[in-house]
Design a protein around this ligand. Sequence first.
Ligand code: MG
Length: 347
Amino acid sequence: MTLTTGYERVTLPLANAFTISRGTTEAAENVIVRITDEGGMTGIGGAAPSAHYGETADTVEAVLPDLLAVVEEIGDPHALTEIERRMAHVVERNPAARCAVSIALHDLAAKRTGLPLSRLWGLNPTEAPTSSFTIGLDTTPKVREKTADAVDEGYSVLKVKLGTDRDKELIEAIREEAPDATLRVDANEAWTPRETVRNSRWLAEHDVEFIEQPVPAEDPEGLKFAYERSELPIAADESCLTLADIPEIADKCDIANLKLMKCGGLLEAKRMVHAARAHGLEVMLGCMVESNASIAAGAHLGPLLDYADLDGSLLLADDPYEGVDLSQGEIRLDELDRPGTGARRAE
Ligand code: MG
């Protein structure tokens, strides 16, 4: 079959500048991929490249022609396994670029069968956990204000970025503004192993659920030290990129935080879910700052997850794409009224 492909870069300003321990982002650049079959049906996917992992919109655009050549050559939108495997062979790095193609193909394949992607996978659309909404770093009064706004908007699970010299003050302010919320903490590699153990004690007193990536990914033994002594469960994000990382982190954390843009495709993400479970880990799916062109696909993995952090589109000032309804963090897969991932241009 002749498959027609194309892509375009989109700049996505954030509603608020987003700061984590490593730096601040004011706008994200995503690259949107389209794959159209002979009947005119189109699958949509998005790449949300992360400079932390060596990708930018430029590197995505540089490799997409080679990746889309694989799609056109194989010419079968249902050959998902073969296309993902060949793409990983053609462009070994650049997972966000490969992921955009994987998502667009899955969207097209599901549309061609007339089913939402999660139903094509045989998943129960009512089983997705509630997604967290992230509170980035800021001055304490601003963090207080953002937390109050999030609670007003109905978010019940908040993920709090830490890694400053006033982490305790931030958590106290957030807990005051959100007394009933589930709170998770992400230090983005900013703490030492010993700091993590110390911090876990007062975080536990504030009823925090778990700590994400407290120590640098380059220090696996430090992660293990923290995991063995922390009062709270530890999630691995920067330490957990691809399938091969799962056995490496299995004795160093409680939760594997997968991201489509780190692992390079939806089939690879599903393999990681099952590998993580086989190693006794719980599974979380996170995201970058992404439009619904890719977030919608992540939502369909919802029923396989213990924890979801799919707020990438919710952090944008305006998303040109709509997908699965994620308002208040509820992943409303069961309300999706169209086949595929649900990604389409917003009207
Ligand atoms: Mg993280």
